[in-house]
Design a binder for this molecule. Sequence first.
Ligand SMILES: [Zn+2]
Length: 297
Amino acid sequence: MLSPKRSRITNIWSKVSEEDTGVFSKVVIESTEAFDYRAGREGNNIVLEARGTVANMPEGLIGVNDGLVREISLVQKGPEIALVVICLDHPAGHEIEVTPGIPVRTVITLERSFLAGLFKGKKIAIDPGHGGNDWGGRGPVNLVEKNVVMPVARNLRKLFEQAGAQAVLTRTSDENVTREKRFEIARKWGADLFISIHTHSHRDCRVGGTAVLYSPEGLAAADMIKEEVIKKLKLADRGLRESRDYEGLGIPAVEVEVVTITNWVEEGLLRSPTVHKKAAEGIFNGVKNYFARTSTF
Ligand SMILES: [Zn+2]
């Protein structure tokens, strides 16, 4: 069947959608008219050949990194054929549905059950640093570390729970909690991983970037988390460093210094809920890769 009019593809975007039947990744292709297409698979990837022309948007790669969809590539293959490749980190079933309207939306729904398998039975302790009269670092415009780590921790808990894991916060309000108490919460609860959220401080306000500290058992997780947080926030890589702060915890521990709060630009970033969310997504993706590597399937 041929579309009566030429279709122009004007936008592609994606989101993670929580529905009654589960959590899904959705890739949405917007176009001026419905287009004919042929969909197939290459390994984990979904390849969609659309009869249409790319217009008002650049061709190339769109980075997604939502835990399932890594990136989407869009290329004009011939005068009338646009090639959309959805690159997936894991195998996933998909469905395609076309919703008429202005614009027409071709929605590729991907099931995230692989993630549920990966996170099933996993317990993660999330430790928002500082609290109460312990303010932690302070930015040039007076943003304080104890406050900015909280939304990152809450976003992270939501992502773990969405994926089917259990997550606990070692501090839920602006209160002093001793290190021993935080460890005790994680241990009693039977956490598989301890993730502490902090920011870095430096007396030179030009120094910036992301670093990850770790206990000896936490090295593998730290390495993967740093890679994914940098992919999301695109800040300087301040490296990995072993920390003695987690001695005696007995659980692999990772401390993420998400940004450097004393840096003018990075303090500004911390005011944005989008940045809190992206930082959490980066940490989540790193933990996902860590569990994928250590799981048996
Ligand atoms: Zn700190």
